[in-house]
Ligand binder design. Structure first.
Ligand SMILES: Nc1ncnc2c1ncn2[C@@H]1O[C@H](COP(=O)(O)OP(=O)(O)O)[C@@H](O)[C@H]1O
Ligand SMILES: [Mg+2]
Length: 291
């Protein structure tokens, strides 16, 4: 079977099907700081697909779709039930057939703890995406309440954190709806993971529109889009042990990479460790959601 993608994202390849749907294939590519690394992480694409599918299903059962009036983009997760000509066995477990949406070009980020770019901004200005935060917070401090900190979805280069007012100016009342949905999903997922002894630090959602209807697209609550922390080793003032790319981020910062392409090669042990962490969090999510 030889099909060519019509679009290659940093991690996912998209294959055209018809006017209303396409196929998303999660590859084993790893990106950090918006740059793709030369070495694949074997099995990562399947883990991302499974984790997203588990959360999409949990959200469907949670009642949040009805309460907040949105859906997700999934049409089919079983490759063998894809349309004729697209039942590629190589895609099993890593591909989904989805509704084609008009993407809303903002990343809907929710943070329950202070990490990453928000921590850097807090150190410089005492704010996170323009939101005033109490004085005296440390790296990884729990925020008084979860905050919505959107970012632009840059076609090239780095995504940029923006004040919510800028998103409101661009989208009108739709911005408020996306904020409310994102916060609700974040709270739901945080509660679910608490039972597994995992803290959801932050996560990023993408949404699209079909007509006026809001659709949750791309991936959901994966270790690529989210920082999951082990509650047992969590401590304020540190970079807590995560199940995610923080390991790779810490490694490349330690070797002084300037975060501009090309990304450096990763030592075998970093690749092994990353696979182990991704599969561990997949197992914990699966066990906790009990679907
Ligand atoms: N249902 C959908 N409708 C439209 N666009 C989608 C949908 N699901 C995912 N996408 C887009 O497909 C691309 C997936 O590739 P990915 O590697 O995740 O991209 P990125 O480099 O932006 O992270 C992203 O641009 C994402 O916004
Ligand atoms: Mg993406």
């Amino acid at each position: 079977m030889s099909l060519a993608p019509f679009y290659r994202g940093k991690v996912r390849d998209l294959y055209a099907v018809n006017d209303s749907s396409f196929i998303v294939v999660a590859t084993d590519r790893l990106s950090a700081f918006d740059v793709v690394f030369p070495d694949p992480i074997p099995g990562k694409g399947k883990i991302l697909t499974n984790v997203s599918n588990l959360w999409f299903q949990a959200l469907r059962l949670s009642g949040l779709h009805q309460r907040f009036n949105f859906t997700d983009h999934i049409l089919e997760t079983n490759v063998m039930r894809f349309p004729d000509g697209f039942q590629n066995p190589d895609w099993a477990g890593r591909a989904v057939l989805v509704k084609k949406c008009k993407r809303i070009d903002f990343e809907c980020v929710v943070r329950g703890y202070l990490a990453g770019s928000a921590y850097k901004e807090y150190l410089a200005k005492g704010t996170a995406c323009g939101i005033e935060l109490p004085a005296g917070l440390k790296q990884a401090s729990r925020l008084p309440e979860a905050i919505f900190t959107p970012a632009t979805k840059a076609e090239t280069g780095h995504d940029e954190n923006i004040p919510f007012a800028q998103m409101q100016a661009a989208l009108g009342p739709l911005a408020d709806r996306l904020r409310d949905i994102s916060l609700a999903i974040f709270h739901f997922a945080s509660e679910e993971m608490k039972r597994a002894g995992i803290l959801l630090c932050d996560t990023k959602f993408e949404f699209g529109l079909i007509g006026e209807s809001i659709v949750l697209i791309d991936e959901a609550l994966t270790p690529d889009s989210s920082r999951y922390w082990d509650a047992r080793t969590y401590a304020e003032g540190t970079s807590p042990a995560g199940f995610d790319k923080q390991f790779v981020r810490d490694f490349v910062e330690s070797i002084g990479w300037n975060k501009e392409p090309p990304a450096p090669g990763l030592p075998g042990e970093i690749i092994e460790k990353t696979i182990a962490l991704y599969s561990e969090i997949e197992g914990l999510i699966k066990a906790t959601l009990r679907l």
